[in-house]
Design a protein around this ligand. Sequence first.
Ligand SMILES: [Zn+2]
Length: 189
Amino acid sequence: MAYAVHMKRGQKAPTSPIVESMRAVGHDELRAVEFMETWRWADSPACPRCGSVNVYTMKDEETGARNKDYRWRCRDCKRMYTLRTGTVFEESRLPLWVWVHAFWSACASKKGVGALQINRECEISYKSALFVMHRMRAAMSENGGDRPKLTGTVEVDETYVGGKGSGSPTRSRLPTTASLVREAIQFRR
Ligand SMILES: [Zn+2]
């Protein structure tokens, strides 16, 4: 079973601030969350429910560190949310650093990345690794709005044998990952 996202033969591994930031996340969940939040919201982490920017990060009462679920709260609609709200990350409880690691591997490795590698490196089940690969591929091939499609620089190869029950990739949009991966790739031009 091959399910890989990879670059064309002979291409140089990319270096860009984004790829470097992804690498720096390592296996640190807080760094992964902050990286993704910055990516998704930049300086304006708007409430996904009402759009208000009158929001704050929730803190653990004892330690003063961020709430263990990395929650935000909106002062206007009073709802709580996280980076995962409204994205594919809601569907799976996989740590965000796993995703960041997978994106980084896809962008930085000449040989690309496959489910087995993610399974091994992140110590998650092969099934979970396949889920990540599948969603990542869907994000990369998705033609979102007026953003340019990936052209030439990345070859997405899918030979997915026995993928029964893989589900519909259209249920969840991947605004964060799609733009992230695209942006990382654009840097290489
Ligand atoms: Zn709100």
